[in-house]
Design a protein. Sequence first.
Length: 199
Amino acid sequence: MYCFICNNKSVFSCSVCGRPICIEHVRYDVVCVNCIRKRRTVNYSIRLSVGKERKVIEELALTFWGEIEVELLGKKFRINEIPAFVALVDDKVVGFLSFYDPSREDCLIVAIGVVPKYQRCGIGRALLKSVENWAKGKAKEKLLVSTSNDDLPALAFYQLNGFQIYEVVPNAIYRKHGKLVKGLCGIPIRDEIRLRKFL
């Protein structure tokens, strides 16, 4: 999907009109609950990914973040080389959540993304619930995740789903890139914000 304004790859869909929009043209605004685009009902399924879906996960990661290698909580990961849950609509991958099993107590969410057309359908929440159930089945004590200081939608999403900020690492992302990078709404991306949820 491509931004309806500039034709760059879109990462989000507008919460009012539903059209795809890129990171450059996202804006924040206060809206009432009546003006937010209502959730659509979509038939989807969630399952652990299989080998052939690694390429699709790689393509989605490149679309969402422009890279498949991420660094969080002091570790580097290639998103397409670790376990993932995938969301499917008509046997097509429309979202994923990759995760890592670093210790006996923790499960680390490395990346989550849903194609803009299928945002606000409950898929992100279902992916999160799937990894949470997996972690509980492995007797994990908590889920960990981190995001950048500009990603207000991610911060809201995780906190609405029971996560709490427990640490901010100033300039972690700035050091990774060696320069300031503009994020959502032009906010300079500097800091890594770490969240956790006790199971």
